[in-house]
Ligand binder design. Structure first.
Ligand code: SF4
Length: 367
C-alpha cells in the first residue's frame, strides 16, 4: 500500500529555546542550509516512489519559516515535482512569529499549504524569559496579520503552561489573548523539563500537579466558552472539527513516511528514525529500525489513540490492528475503569476527564 502521509523535518532555528529537546540547529550558515536542501531533494525523490497521492503533509522542525523566501521556493518546487495531493488534502507548516512574513506565506500557499501552526508559547515577556524563548510578543500579532492578509484562517497556536513561577492568572491572560486571535486550533502543552536542556541544567522543576490540573481545566473552560474550541485530544482543541488530521492519523496507528534529519516513519510494522545529526544524514547514514512485535505495536496504538477524547470504537481498533481490544488487555482496562479513569462499553472505550488528565499514567499502565 503506498503511503498517503508525509512528515518533513527542517532542523534550523533562529535561536535555541531553553526547554527544547527537538533536533534543531541555531544560526546555521547559508551553505549548511543549501546542503540540507540538496539532500532533502534526493530523499524526497526516493520517498516519493513509495507514496501515492498525499492526504496529509506536515513540515515541522525546527522552524520551517527560518528559511529565506528563495530557499522556501526551492523546497516547495522540489516537493511539487515529486508529490501529488489527494482530494481534500491537509498540508500544515509550522512557523515562528519572528520569521512568518507575507512573502513566505504566499510561497507556501502557492505550493498547496492550507494550514499553519504558530509557536506562540506565551504573551508574557517574563514567562518567555524564564523558559528562554527568543522573540517579542508583538511578532505574534504581526505573524497573524501576515496570515490573514493572505486569506489564511486555518491556523493553530501553540501555548506552553506550567512555566517556572507562572501563576494561574498569568495563564488566564495568555488564554484570553489567544481567544482574541480567533485561531481554529490551539495546542496547549505543559512544560516538560527534558534532560540535558538548559532548563534542566539550571535545576528548574516542573510545576506541581495541582497547579497543572487547574491550568488544564482553565484552558478547556476559556477556549470552549470564549472561542468555541473543543478539546479533542489531551493537549489539543479545535473549532468546528478542524482537528489536525495528520496527527490524528498518527495517534490512531496510521502509516506515514518521513524525510529530513531526525524524521521518523512507520511502515505498519517497524518505526524508523533518521540520524539526528545533519552531517550523518547528509552522508546518508541509514535510519535506525525499531521493530515492534504485533502485540506491543497494538498496545502502543491503543495508548496513543486513547489520548483522543473520542477514544476507540472496538470495530475501529480491530480494523486498524487486527486485534480485539478486550483480548489484548481487558484486565488492565477493567482496573483503569474501576479507578474511574476509563469508560468501558461493548462498542468502545474512552478515557474519562480524570483519565485524560492522567493520560501519561494510563499509558504507562497499558505498556
Ligand atoms: S523554535 Fe521550536 S524547535 Fe526551535 S529551539 Fe525553539 S522549541 Fe526548539
Amino acid at each position: 500500500m503506498p503511503y498517503s502521509s508525509l512528515y518533513i523535518h527542517t532542523p534550523f532555528c533562529a535561536a535555541k529555546c531553553d526547554y527544547c529537546a527537538f533536533y534543531s540547529v541555531a544560526n546555521a550558515s547559508r551553505q549548511m542550509r543549501t546542503r540540507y536542501l540538496d539532500t532533502l531533494a534526493s530523499e524526497l525523490e526516493r520517498v516519493s516512489r513509495n507514496c501515492g497521492a498525499l492526504d496529509t503533509i506536515f513540515i515541522g522542525g525546527g522552524t520551517p519559516t527560518h528559511f529565506t523566501v528563495s530557499e522556501l521556493s526551492r523546497l516547495m518546487d522540489v516537493f511539487g515535482r515529486f508529490f501529488q495531493f489527494g482530494a481534500n488534502h491537509e498540508f500544515t507548516v509550522e512557523g515562528n512569529p519572528g520569521s512568518i512574513t507575507r512573502e513566505k506565506v504566499r510561497v507556501f500557499l502557492d505550493g498547496g499549504v492550507n494550514r499553519f501552526s504558530i509557536g506562540v508559547q506565551s504573551f508574557s515577556a517574563e514567562t518567555r524569559r524564564r523558559i528562554g524563548r527568543d522573540g517579542e510578543v508583538s511578532w505574534v500579532y504581526r505573524a497573524v496579520d501576515a496570515l490573514r492578509d493572505q486569506g489564511v484562517d486555518n491556523f493553530n497556536c501553540d501555548l506552553i503552561y506550567g512555566a517556572p513561577l507562572q501563576t494561574t492568572a498569568e495563564w488566564e491572560l495568555d488564554l484570553r489573548e489567544i481567544v482574541r486571535l480567533e485561531p481554529l486550533h490551539v495546542s496547549t502543552y505543559s512544560l516538560i523539563v527534558e534532560p540535558d536542556t538548559p532548563l534542566a541544567l539550571r535545576g528548574v522543576n516542573e510545576a506541581d500537579d495541582d497547579l497543572l490540573v487547574e491550568m488544564w481545566q482553565l484552558a478547556e473552560d476559556i477556549l470552549l466558552d470564549q472561542c468555541g474550541l473543543e478539546r479533542y485530544e489531551v493537549s489539543n482543541f479545535a473549532r468546528n472539527g478542524h482537528h489536525c488530521r495528520h496527527n490524528v492519523d498518527i495517534w490512531k496507528g496510521g502509516r506515514f513516511c518521513g524525510a529530513g534529519p531526525a524524521a521518523c516513519y512507520f511502515d505498519g510494522t517497524s518505526r524508523w528514525t533518521n540520524p539526528s545529526d545533519l552531517d550523518e544524514w547528509i552522508a546518508q547514514a541509514p535510519p535506525v529500525e525499531d521493530y515492534l512485535p504485533p502485540d506491543k505495536r497494538a498496545v502502543e496504538i491503543l495508548a496513543t489513540g486513547l489520548r483522543t477524547v473520542a477514544g476507540w470504537q472496538t470495530a475501529e481498533f480491530q480494523q486498524c490492528t487486527g486485534m480485539d481490544i478486550y483480548s489484548l488487555c481487558g484486565d488492565t482496562l477493567n482496573t483503569l475503569a474501576d479507578a474511574g479513569l476509563m469508560s468501558v462499553a461493548t462498542d468502545g472505550i474512552r478515557l474519562t476527564t480524570r483519565g485524560l488528565l492522567l493520560a501519561d499514567y494510563v499509558e504507562r499502565e497499558l505498556l
